[in-house]
Design a protein around this ligand. Structure first.
Ligand code: CTP
Length: 405
């Protein structure tokens, strides 16, 4: 169920550049999504970040020198063969030049020459070095040979200027690699609509009613749906999360805005997954000025019920598949069964948000799948694994509907 195939191994090659510290964040982002990461660093990289840091993060030996491992005389070949993907991040002008010209004079360059695995290169360097004709030609050459280049952005550089050459965001680098490794056609031809995150219901210009949703579950569903080949629209309330790549993202604040955006996107959708924690009530009147403290008490804020987006989409779903969530703190299955019946959707994913491993903001989720056939208990899964499981089930329902129509 849902686990990343055999916990694949990514060999992270770290070269000597001030951005080397960001490799730790790339490593964590890859691990969070279920990958084993091994680190290979150059002697120069070890001047910027100590191998102990990477050893602590990976619980594995860190490879540096060609002859460091007495038990493995052909260390470069074993590293090259073991990797399902090789990521060079940050990549200096030097390693890029070596790769382009087949120079193999240390553990990293020999490994890179020996590997058959897909290679990803995220350059980071001074803008002048990046613009140099030699570097540009080397990068072009690598691109032509099938290496995936993760272009550096513009930003504040170590030399004190704001210019091109800044390492791409660590989360984005990790996503580019995972997108390529996980790409499938499982949901090809389907359009998936996802709602995610909390909504903010304004009381006055500075205050609002919100909830504890982090948006992680909905974002994981959108990201995985894209990786499974679907066209994806994500309607999201305010979150701290990075928008998934290649997804049509519509940012909203309130339940009313979320309803409008979701209803507008629903026409073109084949599957809708409502993972948002939508406010059930919104202040009846929004004060145009900041409310002032008066007499030490505030008796009440009048609230009006919001539109139930899930129920509303389900009521006109036609051949579409609509999935909802039930975030509960007690009587989980009874409440979820009642929601499945009252909302009119095809399935409910129920989770107990009072559990530490399943609550708002956690990276894992313990869930139950309820549909017309009954209840399925799912194991405790990382959110990206649960996302895949939900999408597999929703995709199968949508394909069945297609074949029957
Ligand atoms: N939902 C929705 N629009 C709303 C309220 C909820 O689309 N205005 C959706 C959620 O996205 C979720 C499902 O309904 O898929 C259940 O949400 P939940 O907050 O668990 O339940 P509620 O319907 O709000 O009921 P209650 O708060 O009483 O548990």
């Amino acid at each position: 169920m849902g686990r990343r195939a055999e916990r694949r191994t990514i060999l992270l090659c770290v070269t000597g550049c001030i951005a080397a510290y960001k490799s730790c964040e790339i490593l964590r982002a890859l691990q969070k999504q279920g990958y084993r990461v091994k680190v290979l660093m150059t002697e120069h990289a070890a001047q910027f970040v100590g191998p102990t840091t990477f050893r602590a993060l990976t619980h594995e030996k860190v490879a540096i020198g060609l002859f460091d491992d007495p038990e493995d005389p052909i260390h470069h070949i074993s590293l090259a063969q073991e990797a399902d993907a090789v990521l060079v991040a940050p990549a200096t002008a030097n390693i890029i030049a070596k790769m382009a010209h087949g120079i193999a004079d240390d553990l990293m360059s020999t490994t890179l020459l020996a590997t058959d695995a897909p290679v990803f290169v995220a350059p980071a360097m001074n803008a002048g070095m990046l613009r140099a004709a030699a570097t540009q030609e080397n990068l072009e050459c690598l691109g032509q040979r099938g290496v995936t280049l993760i272009a550096p952005g513009t930003g504040y550089l170590a030399c004190g200027t704001v210019d091109a050459g800044r390492l791409e965001d660590p989360e984005v680098i990790a996503d580019v690699v995972i997108d390529a490794l996980e790409a499938s056609e499982d949901l090809a031809g389907l359009h998936v609509l996802v709602t995610a995150g909390p909504t903010h219901e304004p009381i006055d210009p500075v205050r609002y009613i919100a909830n504890r949703s982090s948006g992680k579950m909905g974002y994981a569903i959108a990201r995985e749906a894209r990786r499974m080949g679907a066209q994806v629209t994500l309607v999201t309330g305010p979150t701290e999360l990075e928008a998934p790549r290649d997804v049509d993202v519509r940012h909203v604040e309130t339940a009313a805005q979320m309803y409008e955006a979701a209803a507008a996107a629903f026409d073109a959708a084949d599957v809708a997954i409502c993972a948002a924690a939508v406010a059930d009530y919104t202040p009846t009147r929004v004060a145009s000025r900041k409310l002032k403290k008066r007499d030490g008490k505030l008796d009440a804020i009048a609230l009006t019920e919001t539109v139930d987006i899930l129920a509303s989409l389900s009521s006109c779903k036609g051949r579409r598949v609509v999935i909802g969530f039930a975030a509960e703190t007690n009587s989980l299955l009874d409440n979820a069964r009642a929601k499945l019946a009252s909302k009119g959707c095809d399935a409910i994913v129920a989770n107990d948000v009072s559990r530490a491993d399943s609550g708002f903001g956690s990276d894992t989720n313990k869930a139950w799948w309820l549909d017309a056939c009954g209840v399925d208990e799912l194991p405790l899964l990382e959110k990206h694994e649960l996302a895949r499981e939900i999408l597999r089930r929703a995709g199968a329902m949508a394909r069945k509907d297609f074949s029957q129509s």
